[in-house]
Design a protein around this ligand. Sequence first.
Ligand code: ADP
Length: 496
Amino acid sequence: MMSTNTQDIAARLSNSGIFRTQGLIGGKWTDAYDGNTIKVQNPATGDVIVNVPCMGKRETSDAISSAYNAFSSWSKLTANERSRCLRKWYDLLIANKEELGQLITLEQGKPLKEAMGEVIYGASFIEFYAEEAKRVYGDIIPAPSADRRLFVLKQPVGVVGAITPWNFPLAMITRKVGPALACGCTVVIKPSEFTPLTALAAAELSLQAGIPPGVVNVVMGNAPDIGDTLLESPKVRKITFTGSTAVGKKLMAGSAATVKKVSLELGGNAPCIVFDDADLDVAVKGSLAAKFRNSGQTCVCANRIIVQQGIYEKFANAFANAVQNLKVGDGFTESVALGPLINEAAVQKVESFVQDAVSKGAKVMLGGKRHSLGMTFYEPTVISDANSEMLVSREEVFGPVAPLMRFKTEDEAIQIANDTNAGLAAYIFTTNVQRSWRVSEALEYGLVGVNEGLISTEVAPFGGFKQSGLGREGSKYGLDEYLEIKYVCLGNMDRA
Ligand code: ADP
């Protein structure tokens, strides 16, 4: 068995050539200018893995300048040249799959198998956009007069500020940086302070792949200072963010002064609707995956499991039985399905949501308390008789808590599902084809899984309706976020 000791794992990884602990500015590994650092911790043990620089305005400003300077040459390479760099980066991410997976488990906590899955998923964005780089087509428009020729060019927006969260330390970066680089943009990445090591490892591999210095920069530390510097700079033409709705709104407002393009992937409140006509096994397996992946810490995790009255009892019992079998523990221990939550604040939020639900009449079927392992481990929890008044159904719990709610009619299910400001992912379980279309069309959500709980893939668009965000990531649509459209009119074409 692999050692679960933080220092053993860190020591092994530090020999792997991907373990970087400084920021990356203009191709140089850099400390904070004032020498300040912050701790990166293993959430399973609380142990400090390493210290990384705590950067702020000055470092960010230099990173922006590096990206700005690199833009003039990177954007002028042929699509093929950029494509080859990205492909090489993809190959290196895959070649270092084991080490990257271990790094993710070490700083984020998710089980190693799931972390490996994230490496494959994260790398797939680089592969996909290496291919799409060659397909940034323009248009020729039939001219309204004989002496004119009209065409449309697609050009990179410029320097991109990419701010990412801790729940997918690799994939949230690659799905921004892949399309950005494919188009010819350069980037300043600000990873979450909780999980900078995976970001730095990915950046190291980008250099090894031959992506020129300055194209990929990474700064971390004081989030508001770094954020403000990115927002204030007229050189930064685009902000792409995944994280909380509150911070997303701030970044959108802050982008107004320099009219930046903005893409936001914000919080969800995913409904998971189980109809009477669902296949019980499919519904249990699908909801389980949609709820408990990453210990419930994803913005597409099922937040409300809404079950029709005819199947409610049967589903609740089968679901609770399945949840009971989920093993909780250190992500490096084999057969563990649920790792720790990211930090103490996350556990306190989960506790307060469960307390609120119970005080309003919900019943705890399973779990409902901290795990005996201590730290930030929480028991996988099923709550029955939840209703729309409870915090668990109004806001994202971001933890291993599944509240079950009851409904009678299809219309009622749709009404409950749409009764939220969020609109990212929704899931439905039914064997009726007409119903699956009808309900998919009625849901105000950017992603709908029908009889399936895991639907994210690099080839499909990911993004939200309403306050869950703006823009789409992944797929051919993901490129548009990094492109300007330029119309060129050639006149006087009838002169001899
Ligand atoms: P989460 O709840 O997922 O941690 P946050 O929105 O707090 O969501 O964090 C997502 C990312 O946004 C992280 O990289 C965090 O450091 C960053 N962030 C937080 N506050 C700000 C801010 N004021 N400006 C820029 N980035 C910020």
